[in-house]
Design a protein around this ligand. Structure first.
Ligand code: BTN
Length: 323
């Protein structure tokens, strides 16, 4: 059941104009005193609420800081992010989402942190997650898929990030297989998917999304500066964390719903339009050999397809690619 606070925020959000205390009390089925108390709580969260006699209430400014309320405010999704947990500091949002999954929290639960102390990247690498500089977020999904289909969700998540960057800026994002987001050949975002499965059925998937948003170029650690960047460093503009999270959740939900209705081809087509070096020649090394190939696209099991000089197609699951 959605909290009164969230319903109140939604009601206020629907109205450009004032909404009276009586209307709010009728809609929410609470007393006028309770409405007033909720308004005071909103103010504590940093909202500026204007209360005018005989007219009612109106929110005139939302706070800068990210919180459960500020994310909910203006979030127009049906199932994603309705259960949302925000922390100022955590070891890793992935750890929290695993705990929540084990407690039975629903499909679409989201965990967001301002800072991660032990942010995790793929292949057990650390993920630098400084305070207020990026989006450090995990999404809990309970898809009705078999474990071999789990990579599809990761590929889907990458397309969502690419779409959001495209819609919010002039930047041109690319997805480097399997799921790094690059701008001007530098990584600005990564996705870590962890899964719990039993009897050939996924119990849940934890999608961890890290986006370097507002680091200046100098704030990117020196040792990775040649290959990593942030959206701010590339766009020369400050990004709003809360509204970018809202946009990602909205886009995630619609992409996921469409994928559930149409199948993986929907994701594959979008992924390939953003795919880094798709249609280009690269050098590939596996345990057995090193060869030149043209990258073609992706397969439903998450493999990258490459075509060698004789036209032979090969599926790659793990390979060194000289990008
Ligand atoms: C990668 O190596 O590219 C994946 C990075 C994933 C980082 C995100 S930040 C939110 C979530 N919590 C973590 O500890 N990791 C993921």
């Amino acid at each position: 059941m959605e909290s009164t606070r969230n319903r109140l925020i939604k009601l206020l959000n629907q109205e450009d104009n004032y909404i009276s205390g009586q209307q709010l009390s009728d809609h929410l089925n609470i007393s006028r005193t309770a409405v007033w108390k909720h308004m005071k709580e909103l103010e504590k969260d940093g909202y500026e609420v204007e209360a005018v006699q005989r007219k009612g209430y109106r929110i005139i400014a939302s706070p800068d800081k990210t919180s459960e309320n500020t994310i909910h405010w203006g979030l127009s999704t049906s199932w994603i992010g309705h259960q949302l947990h925000h922390y100022e500091e955590v070891d890793s949002t992935q750890d929290i989402v695993h705990q929540l999954a084990k407690q039975g929290k629903p499909h679409g639960t989201v965990v967001v942190a301002d800072e991660q102390i032990k942010g995790k990247g793929r292949m057990s690498r650390p993920w630098h997650s400084p305070k207020g500089k990026g989006i450090w977020m995990s999404i809990l999904l309970r898809p009705e898929l078999s474990p071999v289909q789990a990579p599809q969700i990761t590929l889907l998540a990458a397309t969502v990030l690419a779409k959001v960057i495209t819609s919010q800026s002039q930047l041109i994002p690319f997805i480097k297989w399997p799921n790094d987001i690059l701008i001007n050949h530098k990584k600005v975002s990564g996705i870590l998917t962890e899964m719990q499965a039993e009897h050939d059925q996924i119990q849940y998937v934890a999608i961890g999304i890290g986006i370097n948003l507002n680091q200046s170029a100098e704030e990117i650690p020196v040792d990775i500066r040649h290959k990593a960047s942030s959206l701010r460093a590339e766009s020369k503009e400050e990004w709003n964390i809360t509204s970018t999270i809202q946009e990602i959740l909205k886009q995630f939900e619609s992409t996921y719903d469409q994928y559930a209705a149409e199948g993986f081809n929907y994701v594959k087509e979008i992924w390939e339009t953003y795919g880094y070096k798709i249609g280009e020649k690269v050098t590939i090394s596996t345990m057995r050999r090193t060869w030149e190939a043209t990258l073609v696209g992706i397969e439903p099991d998450g493999a990258l397809i490459a075509r060698d000089s004789e036209g032979k197609r090969e599926k790659l699951y793990s390979a060194e690619i000289q990008w």
